[in-house]
Design a binder for this molecule. Structure first.
Ligand SMILES: [Zn+2]
Ligand SMILES: [Zn+2]
Length: 394
């Protein structure tokens, strides 16, 4: 074997050191993460941000090259996840599939979900359907990673194969496993959403901001995932940079909440903000009404059951749920507070075209809360009436 060939096999054309290979690996995986979170997730699936056609196309190309993912399939599977969250139809719910299955084999769940043609038509609307999509990206998706393998081998020789293998394992593990699995299982919650979505950490630079999954489920179409001062969304930092260059247009960000003092009856501002901040309403209800009540009345109740009040015991197993319901049934004061909660959240389901019906229901609810004789309910109602929107500054 000639010396040149041996050199090439050992280190490729670049003759890179292992440190340089590691740097390359971090850069390419980070670019893949950005293509997924910024393009597939925030732009294609949720329409929170639009990119300049050149940038959008670059993301599509990079997704194809490094993951073989097809925009329409990814978009559809993901939209279905939001639409059917935590039900048997959710493509990757740890509640139904088991956390180990989603965490370690999440990519298989994705691969089987994407085969459903009706689902693709129903949830995949608005996905790119241009010439290159039809001729290349969706026609020969696996050519992308194959080409990537050749590129890596050319650049780094035999070690390029190892880099490629790690690259191919990176997204399935972090995105399909950690975000879809642990992001509905473990972490902290800013909002008592109707699902189990959690924020994994306040920052996690290598998963693109997707670690803030509870915030995302509370405001799915927001291009920005960080909502607290201590949270950092690297994806949003990249969007801001692209926007400064004129390459991105932010379409939606989560609204901010302002609470006005001394509002006697809910007005149009209240209604708008109550509608936009649905999960903040649920969270405030727990903090202001239920938590102090439980501290006084439920000291004997295990923590798990106390926490279940945030979600009406929905995620408890059968035995615990029976115990939870029986406990409430024996305590009329607690039952009453849970009923108030259910009636408040039911306002969101009023299917009337006239906003007036919702407004009326909210007014009645507040009046009854104030006449209840329960100090915490009065306090909560006073806050709720003051809800208003801070004009969005994206
Ligand atoms: Zn989710
Ligand atoms: Zn989403």
């Amino acid at each position: 074997m000639s010396l040149e060939l041996f050199d090439w096999l050992a280190r490729g054309f670049t003759q890179a050191s292992y440190w340089q290979m590691a740097a390359y690996f971090l850069v390419v995986t980070q670019l893949t993460m950005m293509s997924t979170t910024l393009y597939l997730h925030r732009s294609a699936a949720h329409r929170g941000v639009d990119f300049h056609p050149v940038v959008a196309h670059w993301f599509r190309f990079w997704s194809w090259l490094t993951t073989a993912m097809v925009t329409k399939e990814w978009t559809a599977v993901h939209r279905k996840h939001h639409a059917k969250c935590e039900t048997a139809e959710d493509p990757h719910s740890p509640r139904f599939q088991g956390i180990h299955r989603v965490l370690w084999r999440g990519v298989e769940l994705y691969q089987s979900a994407r085969l459903d043609k009706d689902m693709l038509e129903k949830y995949g609307k608005g996905s790119p359907d241009d010439f290159i999509e039809r001729a290349v990206y969706s026609r020969v998706p696996f050519m992308g990673p194959t080409l990537m393998l050749f590129i890596n081998v050319a650049l780094f020789g035999i070690p390029g194969v190892a880099i490629w293998a790690l690259q191919m394992a990176w997204m399935p593990f972090w995105a399909a496993g950690v975000i879809n699995g642990l992001g509905h299982w473990w972490g902290y919650r800013n909002f008592d959403t109707a699902d189990t979505a959690t924020n994994l950490t306040p920052w996690g630079v290598w998963i693109g901001g997707e670690e803030l999954h509870n915030n995302h489920h509370a405001f799915p179409s927001s291009a920005k995932f960080s909502l607290r001062k201590y949270e950092f969304d690297i994806g949003w930092a990249v969007i801001s940079g692209l926007r400064a260059l004129g390459l991105a247009k932010v379409l939606r960000v989560a609204p901010e909440l302002d609470v006005r003092p001394n509002i006697p009856v809910p007005d149009a501002d209240t209604m708008r903000a109550v509608m936009a901040h649905r999960w903040q309403v649920a969270t405030d209800y727990f903090q202001i009404v239920l938590k102090p009540h439980l501290q006084a009345e439920a000291a004997d109740l295990p923590r798990r059951l106390r926490r279940a009040f945030r979600s009406e015991g929905k995620w408890l197993d059968e035995a615990h749920r029976a115990r939870f319901s029986a406990w409430i049934a024996e305590r009329p004061n607690t039952a009453r507070l849970m009923e108030f909660r259910a009636r408040l959240l039911a306002i969101y389901d009023i299917k009337s075209a006239a906003a007036e019906a919702k407004m009326e229901a909210l007014r009645i609810w507040c009046a009854e809360a104030e006449a209840s004789g329960v100090r915490q309910l009065e306090e909560f109602s006073a806050r709720l009436k003051g809800y208003s929107m801070v004009p969005a500054r994206a």
